[in-house]
Design a protein around this ligand. Structure first.
Ligand SMILES: [Zn+2]
Ligand SMILES: [Zn+2]
Length: 121
């Protein structure tokens, strides 16, 4: 590994000394303050990207989708409708706009016994 051509600065005053000789044992005298500097260039600090940042963002996005799905289920409401299968007078229902807004919506009924039926408005 050669450092020839790299610029060396005084560690004490920051004065530009001269181009590196490539000899790590060489001593470079500063013309300004007289400090004897070793002919070595500072190690380049590599800023590491955090690989954990991206997967965690994906996990957060995935959990947000799951929460949304659970929230959709809570939109189910109870209506007074007799279940033809078990005779229970309350059924869960959800309304869904399947087609165009001018064509009405479909109501999905669900009973705790498992009976399901749909009704077009
Ligand atoms: Zn100096
Ligand atoms: Zn039922």
């Amino acid at each position: 590994m050669s450092a020839i051509g790299s610029l060396i600065f005084c560690t004490a005053c920051g004065n530009l000394l001269r181009e590196s000789t490539g000899d790590a044992n060489a001593i470079l005298h500063c013309d300004v303050c007289g400090t004897r500097n070793k002919d070595t260039i500072p190690q380049t600090v590599v800023s590491e990207s955090k690989p954990s940042a991206f997967p965690s963002a994906l996990r957060a996005k995935r959990s947000a989708v799951q929460e949304l799905t659970a929230e959709d289920r809570t939109h189910e409401a109870i209506t007074q409708k007799t279940c033809p299968q078990c005779g229970r007078k309350e059924m869960f229902f959800t309304t869904m706009q399947l087609r165009g807004a001018d064509e009405g919506s479909t109501v999905f009924y669900r009973c705790v016994c498992g009976h399901k039926e749909t009704e077009d408005n």
